[in-house]
Design a protein. Structure first.
Length: 226
C-alpha cells in the first residue's frame, strides 16, 4: 500500500497530471475571484458608515475575513473541478502504468456527476473538521482522521473499482477489503490536512486508489486460482 501511495505522489507532479492540476487550479482561482468581487460588492452596497475611517476599517476587516473564507473554500472547489477530470486522470493511469490490462470504463455522465458531488461533500466535511480543530483547542485529531479516512477511502476506492466492476460488486469488494481501504483513506486524510498540498489531494487520491485497486484485484485473482 505504501508503495502505491509513494508511486501516486511521485506521479502527481508528472506533466500529464500537472496539466490537469493547472486547469483545476485555474478554474478554482476564477471562482474564488468571482466570490471575492461579490463579497466586496455586497459590503459596499449594504454597509454605509458615517465616517471614512470606519469604511476603511470595515474594508480591511472584511478583506481579512474574505481571505480566511476563500482559504477554506480552495480545497472543496478544487475537489469539485477535480471530480470533472477524474476519468481523464484514470485514463492516463491506465495507459501509462497498465498498458497491457483491460482499460477501465468511464462512468456514465449522471453517475459521474453524483460521484463529483459526493467527493466535494467529503472534502467539505474534512475541511470543516480541520476548521473545528483549528478553532477549538484540545479537539481530538483522531476524530478527523477516522471520519475522513473512512469517507475518503470509501469514495475514491469505489470510483476506481466502478471503472472495472458493476457498482454493487465494486461496493462489495470495497467492504471485503475494508481495513486496507480505510488505511488508504488515512493516507489521503493526512494529505488533506496539510495546507497547499491539500490542493493535489483529489488527483493523488484518484491515482493512489487506482493503484490500490489493481493490487487488491491481482491478490483476489491469485486467491481464486489457488
Amino acid at each position: 500500500m505504501f508503495q502505491a501511495a509513494s508511486r501516486a505522489m511521485s506521479e502527481v507532479f508528472e506533466p500529464p497530471f500537472r496539466a490537469i492540476f493547472w486547469k483545476m487550479l485555474g478554474f478554482t482561482l476564477g471562482v474564488l475571484v468571482v466570490i471575492w468581487i461579490a463579497l466586496q460588492g455586497v459590503i459596499a452596497a449594504f454597509v454605509a458608515l458615517p465616517y471614512a475611517w470606519m469604511d476603511t476599517a470595515i474594508s480591511v476587516l472584511t478583506g481579512i475575513g474574505a481571505i480566511f473564507v476563500l482559504g477554506f473554500l480552495i480545497a472543496p472547489i478544487s475537489a469539485l473541478f477535480a471530480g470533472l477530470f477524474q476519468d481523464e486522470i484514470a485514463d492516463i493511469v491506465d495507459k501509462k502504468d497498465y498498458p497491457h490490462d483491460q482499460p477501465g470504463r468511464a462512468l456514465p455522465l449522471s453517475q459521474s456527476i453524483v460521484q463529483t458531488i459526493k467527493f466535494t461533500g467529503v472534502v467539505i466535511l474534512g475541511n470543516l473538521f480541520a476548521l473545528v480543530l483549528l478553532l477549538v483547542p484540545g479537539v481530538n485529531l483522531v476524530a478527523f482522521f477516522i471520519v475522513n479516512g473512512y469517507l475518503l477511502g470509501r469514495e475514491f476506492f469505489e470510483f476506481a473499482a466502478m471503472r472495472f466492476l458493476p457498482a454493487a460488486e465494486a461496493k462489495a469488494f470495497r467492504k471485503a477489503r475494508g481495513g486496507t481501504v480505510f488505511l488508504g483513506g488515512l493516507i489521503i486524510a493526512g494529505l488533506l490536512a496539510v495546507p497547499i498540498l491539500n490542493l493535489v489531494t483529489p488527483i493523488f487520491a484518484t491515482i493512489f486508489m487506482l493503484h490500490l485497486f489493481k493490487l487488491l484485484a491481482v491478490q483476489r485473482q491469485n486467491v481464486a486460482r489457488a
